[in-house]
Structure formats: C-alpha cells, structure tokens
Design a binder for this molecule. Structure first.
Ligand code: HEC
Length: 238
C-alpha cells in the first residue's frame, strides 16, 4: 500500500486544513460540510488525474487498490475487504435514505410579530381622554372581552391561553405594547389575527377580529385600560 500513503495523507491534511485551520483565520466562518466534501472530491479527482498520467504511476496507484479488491490477499486484509464491500453500500444506502426520506420535523416559521399596519392606521391618536373614568371603563371591557386570553393581570396567562400557538400577547412584557403606538393596537384589535398581512404568516393567531363586536370608542378605552393595567406607556415619536 506504500504508494497510496502519500495521496491519503494529502487528503487528510486538506480535510484538517478546511475543517480546523480555515475557520480560525480572522474574518472567516466555519465552512459548510457540503463545501468541504466538494473540495475533498476535487482533491481526489486531482490526485487520480495526476496518477493516471503515466502508465508507471498508474500501476503504482491502482495496483494496491486492485489487489485489495480482487482478493489476492488473505487473513486480516481479506476481512477488511469484506468489511469494505459490505459497509460501503450500506453507508451509501443510509446516506441516500437520510437525504430523501420525508421528515416529520415542522418547517421553520419566520413569523413577523409586528408587521407594519395598513397606512390608514398609522399616526391615529386616541380620541378618548385619559381620565380615570375612561381607564376604569376600558379595564371593565378588557376584563369582559380580553382577559380570558390575555389574562386578568395583563400577562398573557388567561384561562383560555394555554391552547394557543402563538400565545396571546403578554402586555406586561416590555416587547409587546410598550414598543407599539396606540394606533397600532387599534389596528390589531379591530382586525385581529385574520387581519394580519403576509409577513404575519402562517396566520394561526387566535386573536379575534373585534371590529364587528366593539365600537371604536370602546376599543380606544380598552387601549387606555390595557396600558394602565400593564404598567406600560405607548410608544410615541416625541
Ligand atoms: C381567543 C383569545 C384572544 C382574545 C379573547 C383576545 N386576544 Fe388579543 N391576541 C391573542 C393572540 C393569540 C395574540 C398573539 C398573536 C397575534 O399577534 O395576533 C394576540 C395579540 C394581541 C395584540 C397584539 C400585541 C402585539 O404585541 O402585537 C393586541 C394589542 C391584542 N391581542 C389585544 C387584545 C384585546 C384588546 C382583546 C380584547 C378586546 C383581545 N386581544 C382579545 C388572542 C386573544
């Protein structure tokens, strides 16, 4: 096998370079394994071309491979041959099965949580004055219509919340209504999950569309009550 040692060492060295040295060069990232595989294939092809250029080197290169596969040897090498002859097809089969079998893993979801509202909603300001009475009334409406999902404590943990994915928004979390303008909430409450635009895919939101049930004035009051109850303030551009 003497003449095969050099090309084998070359392949191993190139693999180690690609796998461990290249990613450590400043400014580069680990290479994807498919790319490493491609480079190794190119290396092997180059080696084969090199060794088959002259008759002499060709014999030196293929000879050991041929002797190994055609079985002029006995003992340990014979066992190794059977192992290779059995394992190689199994490996190829396993690899092919793995890459073509239908997977039961769900496809990744890239849901945009806060898609842009339609133009007519941007910049609307709350026409209802922020008086204790209005806030109180808004909290009453909230308790009746919203708390089953969004929770009596505005934390998204209402009694009906558990079955929903995506879960009902947690208004006390600073990444929900505290990041949003009142006009944005007005839109989301009016149009609900079914009113989400394309980026809001896959449209599995259980958020109801309230525009038929609740007059605009109630919705604005609920918004006041929601911010007050969750101890958050709406985002403004000032
Ligand atoms: C059936 C359960 C359910 C009810 C009832 C419900 N919601 Fe929702 N709501 C959700 C779910 C689920 C989401 C998260 C998915 C989404 O953004 O559509 C959500 C999201 C929201 C959002 C968006 C928050 C954000 O960060 O984008 C607002 C605002 C909201 N709800 C307000 C209300 C108000 C106000 C009421 C009552 C009038 C209400 N919801 C009633 C389920 C519900």
């Amino acid at each position: 096998m003497g003449s095969l040692t050099k090309p084998l060492i070359l392949v191993v060295v190139i693999y180690l370079l690609l796998k461990f040295v290249v990613p450590n060069i400043p400014g580069s990232a680990p290479l994807p394994s498919s790319l490493i595989f491609l480079y190794l294939m190119l290396t092997v092809a180059g080696i084969v071309i090199y060794y088959t250029m002259s008759g002499e080197s060709k014999d030196a290169f293929w000879g050991p491979i041929q002797r190994f596969l055609t079985g002029e040897n006995i003992g340990a090498l014979q066992t190794a041959r059977y192992a290779v002859l059995i394992l190689f097809p199994l490996l190829v089969g396993w690899q092919t099965y793995g890459s073509t079998a239908v997977s039961d893993a769900p496809p990744p979801e890239n849901r945009t949580i806060h898609p842009a509202p339609p133009g007519e909603y941007t910049g609307l300001s709350n026409p209802v004055a922020k008086t204790p009475d209005n806030i109180m009334q808004g909290k009453g409406f909230y308790a009746a219509f919203c708390s089953p999902c969004h929770g009596g404590n505005f934390d998204g943990k209402g009694p009906a919340a558990r079955g929903f994915n995506p879960p009902p928004a947690n208004f006390s979390d600073p990444t929900t209504i505290a990041m949003l303008q009142e006009s944005y909430l007005f839109w989301r409450i009016k149009k609900g999950g079914v009113g989400l635009p394309i980026e809001g895919m896959p449209w599995k939101s259980a958020m109801p569309r309230w525009e038929v049930e609740l007059p605009d004035e109630w919705i604005w009051k609920i918004i006041l009550g929601e911010y007050d109850g969750a101890h958050q303030s709406p985002r403004t551009w000032e």
